[in-house]
Design a protein around this ligand. Structure first.
Ligand code: CTP
Length: 402
């Protein structure tokens, strides 16, 4: 699966850096083209000469080549890659990646990288168990990065515990699986709506809601990782998409989201309506900032178009339409009624009564209800994992394995 793949191998200052030479050798043997990027500390543990001899490419470590002044573009490198793997990843590099501290070539390349990123931590057991390391790893996961958990065993400190970098063969197996061409949504086109909509009142005010867009973005990443081309129609959110197969269209109002989504739907195989679309918008929008008066003010609202229902009307045979329902009471019957009314094939139900579910959380707990009677409960877990489970259900449905 790795033949011809462009892989950035990031090496940081851990004793496990010696294993990176073997990892590099395995990647090259599988037919991958590998560019090594090292942190200055990484070079203290293993020489760039060893790595450039194995990869056939000069190792990149500095922003400039000292004698020629040639600039190494971390942006080009980030775009070149099909995957980036940081092995070994120290607590320090993990912390910098989690917090965007781009003070070396490796972290700047990471921040520029649109391809999937795999991180194989390596450190002493107490460093690994420390709350800050664990929090940083959680942050990396929430950005969509893949963490290759360290193994438990004897460490360089002679202590025994969790912190050993995973063996190179296993790391290659993870990548291999990732690039498996039997990806369930390969060749499919998916349209996803995400986030809130803002309905303007005047140039400085709007009606909005608390949706963060995290679930929709996690679904976009999961679909892209499953091999789909994704069009992500995003309301105003402060999130970034990572996968190169995600094409993002930014919109603000329900009307804009409606137009963008309907325009994309014709070419789509799957549409997932994850946005929290405002049901109403102010009937008139003032061109100037409304002034405070001492009188009561009435804001007249007009109904917004229902995007999911419109797609339900346009749905052709073979197109799959998925909606979300956030309910506070009579959850299941309300969700089923919405599925019927909007001609959806699946509805993903969140209940605001469940802890760790719904708006602004990093986790979610949902029930995926199918038109044909299926109902699958996904327990409370990170939104990225919930998204992967939802995609799995949809992929199995498409493949006929209902
Ligand atoms: N939806 C949409 N366009 C709208 C309103 C909702 O596409 N104008 C989609 C949502 O993205 C979601 C589904 O319809 O997939 C259900 O949204 P929800 O807000 O729960 O349903 P409503 O029809 O707005 O019903 P209500 O607010 O009365 O519960």
């Amino acid at each position: 699966m790795l033949k011809g793949k462009h892989i950035i191998l990031g090496i940081t200052g851990s004793i496990a850096a010696y294993k990176a030479a073997y990892l590099l050798r395995l990647l090259i043997k599988q037919g991958a083209e590998v560019q090594v990027v090292m942190t200055p500390a990484g070079k203290e543990f293993i020489t760039p000469v060893t790595l450039s001899s194995l990869s056939g490419k000069p190792v990149v470590s500095e922003f400039f080549t000292a004698n020629t002044g040639e600039w190494h573009s971390h942006v080009d490198l980030g775009l070149w890659a099909d995957a980036m793997i940081i092995a070994p990843a120290t607590a320090s590099t993990i912390g910098k990646m989690a917090n965007g501290i781009a003070d070396n070539m490796l972290v700047t390349t990471y921040l520029s990288c649109k391809a999937p990123v795999f991180v194989a931590p390596a450190m002493d057991l107490d460093m690994y168990a420390h709350a800050s390391t664990q929090r940083n790893l959680e942050l990396l996961k929430s950005y969509g990065n893949h963490i290759i958990e360290p193994a438990t065993g004897e460490l360089a400190s002679h202590l025994t515990g969790k912190g050993r970098m995973e063996e190179p063969e296993r790391i290659v197996a993870v990548l291999d699986r990732f690039f498996d061409s039997t990806q369930p949504l390969r060749g499919k086109r998916v349209v996803i709506t995400a986030g809130p909509t803002y309905e303007k009142i005047d140039p400085v005010r709007f009606i909005g809601n608390y949706s963060s867009g995290k679930m929709g973005f996690a679904l976009a990443e999961a679909c892209a990782q499953a091999g789909a081309e994704v069009v992500l129609v995003a309301g105003p959110v402060s999130l970034c998409e990572r996968h190169a197969a995600i094409h993002r269209i930014d919109v603000e109002s329900a009307e804009e989201m409606y137009r963008a989504t309907v325009a994309e739907y014709d070419r789509a195989d799957i549409a997932i309506m994850c946005a929290a679309v405002a049901d109403y918008a102010p009937e008139t929008v003032s061109d100037v900032k409304l002034k405070r008066t001492l009188e009561e003010r009435v804001l007249r609202l007009k109904p917004n178009p229902d995007i999911a229902a419109e797609l339900g009307r346009r749905k052709r045979t073979g197109q799959l339409l998925v909606g979300f329902a956030l309910e506070t009471n009579d959850e299941e019957s309300n969700a089923r009624a919405k599925m019927e009314k909007k001609n959806l094939d699946f509805i993903v139900l969140n209940s605001l009564r469940d802890a760790g579910a719904g708006f602004r959380c990093d986790t979610n707990k949902v029930t995926v209800i199918g038109r044909e009677g299926s109902s699958v409960e996904i327990p409370c877990k990170p939104k990225a994992e919930v998204a992967a489970d939802i995609v799995d259900i949809l992929a199995r449905y498409i493949s006929g394995e209902k």
